[in-house]
Design a protein around this ligand. Sequence first.
Ligand SMILES: Nc1ncnc2c1ncn2[C@@H]1O[C@H](COP(=O)(O)OP(=O)(O)OP(=O)(O)O)[C@@H](O)[C@H]1O
Length: 264
Amino acid sequence: MPDRMKTVIEVKGLKNQFGDQVVHEDLDLTVKRGEIIGVVGGSGTGKTVLMRSILGLQPFRDGEITIFGKPVSGLAEREELETRRQFGVLFQNGALFSTLTVAENIQVPLREFFDMTPELMNEIAAYKVGLVGLEANAGPKFPSELSGGMRKRAALARALALDPRLLFLDEPTAGLDPIGATAFDQLILDLKRTLGLTVFLITHDLDTLHTICDRVAVLADKKVLAVDTIENLIEIDHPWIQKYFSGPRGRAALAAATESPQGR
Ligand SMILES: Nc1ncnc2c1ncn2[C@@H]1O[C@H](COP(=O)(O)OP(=O)(O)OP(=O)(O)O)[C@@H](O)[C@H]1O
């Protein structure tokens, strides 16, 4: 397969600036089809801004971004909708509409893009509820009636409503207890395998990085400093990379992943 076909996201020479604060300068990143790419970096290095730029939600100063070969900015309305249909997003707070049930939340993107009968929409919502490992009785519940972990799964079900090929997750395991976080990681891995998803995953969770990410992109010094497997990143002599991956938490996560590999 030519490289062009394997590339899902291409970011070239990206610049983002707010007032005097330059967040990204000449940032490059390529995400390949079928991989889970972890995005890490210190607080404020611009992980969320990068994701929003790729999603076309953040106008950028300079550079080029394409998803499936199409630019994310300057598209005609129809083309933009067509591109948007191909990706699902789970934002940092996983915000579900509190006045809608889980099933109704999942149906929001369906309503936006399709004219479907209520029966078909109910069927699709029920399928997505099962896909993310929620009990069928979660469908008619309101977000406030669910645990934090269940809410994350419900938000993921909504992100998967349109059968995306590409999934964006911003700190999906933040706020979950370790058991819930491990279960969520496993769910992402299962979905990647069964649906053939490409996943762009921002996380601070070292266990997540070790167990499910194929490659990790490190944001530092306003750019993507390196993109590689953790095994290779550890070899790079950069203070933040060393502190992050070879500090006490990094070593513990590595030991745990070596003991019980989930298999990417
Ligand atoms: N709309 C905006 N206007 C002004 N500054 C912004 C805006 N969005 C982000 N920033 C700034 O850009 C920088 C990067 O923010 P971003 O949220 O991408 O960081 P992050 O790497 O995701 O951080 P964290 O790990 O803490 O979530 C921050 O200094 C933030 O204050």
